[in-house]
Design a protein around this ligand. Structure first.
Ligand SMILES: NC(=O)c1ccc[n+]([C@@H]2O[C@H](COP(=O)([O-])OP(=O)(O)OC[C@H]3O[C@@H](n4cnc5c(N)ncnc54)[C@H](O)[C@@H]3O)[C@@H](O)[C@H]2O)c1
Ligand SMILES: O=c1ccn([C@@H]2O[C@H](COP(=O)(O)OP(=O)(O)O[C@H]3O[C@H](CO)[C@H](O)[C@H](O)[C@H]3O)[C@@H](O)[C@H]2O)c(=O)[nH]1
Length: 331
């Protein structure tokens, strides 16, 4: 067992959770992954044991926390496809909200009261502000964002009533991959811009499209704040250390403060790979805000975290290395 104790990582077989499990191990803890493998990958669990289970199963959560004497929980387990959440909200409220209630019940029964929670820039809806401070949350514009915002509010109530400590990390656009080439972004179907564009270059996405070029942005395409998954992992360690010191926690943006348009991302992909992504322009995707860029100042002052590995070229190079391994070229 690692010297500093165990951390339970729900969703640790997924994209962001596996990168954070590695960082947890590097920080001297044992990452105990708890995952039902609904979208995750068994071979992404490399730095500690895998417990196969659902977060809604509070008895199993309690038993797992007790068995490993977990000091805290990092909670990544969720469904996160915005379009699917609009088509099937029950799936999202059930897995994300009810699932988290199961986890919280299990944690309380086991006497574990520290949680780092994966929230999202989707809590800002159509924020209409750039950059966006934490105080601008709501109203949300899709069930996925609402499910995450509900959980944040539950955690605030738990803090007030039970002194339950939590840090909600609102990620903007997670991207990139670990340099080892053994973990990365791997979903089916893939909906995110950078992996879809790279998979199009490799012949795995035949119908890549730019969703809307009539936004009120400099080049008409939507603007996002892209943050490398290794930076997200560092922020999780900072949040964990804060809770372990006894801090009650809070809510923090995780972004860079710099936005790139869809066309700027495609230009950067061409510059890094030497290949132009074959694309057409389609109508806007339902529920997409024009601009989402984080104000990172609160995470800098409150967590001591500043993104340092989120240069767009580095993001694309690391993602490209991963996708070439994960999706061998078809054409
Ligand atoms: N990828 C992004 O850009 C992004 C942005 C903001 C927030 N997030 C949030 O970060 C977290 C991780 O996202 P990801 O991109 O790594 O997704 P992912 O699908 O790769 O990982 C989610 C993991 O959770 C597991 N899981 C799902 N439901 C579960 C349940 N009920 N019980 C146990 N395990 C369960 C899955 O098997 C998977 O391993 C999610 O909570 C997501 O909402 C992601
Ligand atoms: O094939 C594609 C895929 C995406 N896009 C566009 O690229 C931008 C980024 O889209 P992503 O799907 O990569 O990411 P989102 O901004 O929609 O969502 C991500 O970031 C959000 C917060 O910023 C939430 O956290 C959410 O969970 C997470 O998936 C959007 O304008 C989208 O319309 C395309 O043009 N073509």
């Amino acid at each position: 067992m690692a010297s500093r104790g165990s951390i339970l990582i729900t969703g640790g077989a997924g994209y962001i959770g596996s990168h954070c499990a590695k960082a947890v191990a590097e920080a001297g803890f044992l990452p105990v992954v708890y995952d039902n493998l609904s979208t995750g990958h068994r071979n992404f669990v490399q730095w500690g044991p895998l417990v196969t289970g659902d977060v809604a199963d509070h008895d199993r959560i309690t038993a797992t926390i007790r068995e490993h004497n977990a000091l805290a929980v990092m909670h990544f387990a969720a469904f996160s496809a915005v379009g699917e959440s609009v088509a099937d909200p029950q799936k999202y409220y059930s897995n994300n909200v009810a699932g988290t209630l199961g986890l919280l019940r299990g944690m309380r029964e086991a006497g574990c009261d520290r949680l780092v929670f994966s929230s999202t820039g989707a809590v800002y809806g159509n924020a209409g502000r750039d950059p966006i401070p934490e105080s601008a949350a709501g109203p949300t514009v899709n069930p996925y964002g609402r499910s995450k915002y509900m959980i944040e509010q539950m955690l605030a109530d738990y803090r007030a009533a039970y002194q339950f400590k939590s840090v909600c990390l609102r990620y903007f656009n997670a991207c990139g991959a670990d340099a080892s080439g053994t973990i990365g972004e791997l979903r089916d179907p893939e909906t995110h811009l950078i992996p879809r564009a790279l998979m199009a270059l490799l012949g795995h996405v035949p119908d890549f499209a730019i969703f809307g070029e009539d936004y009120e942005t400099p080049d008409g395409t939507a603007v996002r704040d892209y943050i490398h998954v290794d930076d997200l992992a560092s922020a999780h360690i900072a949040a964990l250390e804060l809770l372990l010191k006894g801090d009650a926690g809070g809510v923090f943006n995780l972004g860079t403060g710099t936005g790139y348009s869809v066309r700027e991302v495609l230009d950067a992909i061409r510059a890094e790979t030497g290949e132009a992504v074959p694309s057409v322009v389609r109508e806007r995707r339902a529920g997409d805000p024009p601009i989402l860029v984080a104000d990172p100042s609160k995470s800098e002052s409150g967590l001591g975290f500043k993104a340092s590995r989120s240069d767009l070229g580095h993001i694309i190079r690391s993602a490209w290395a991963w996708h070439q391994k994960a999706h061998p070229r078809r054409r």
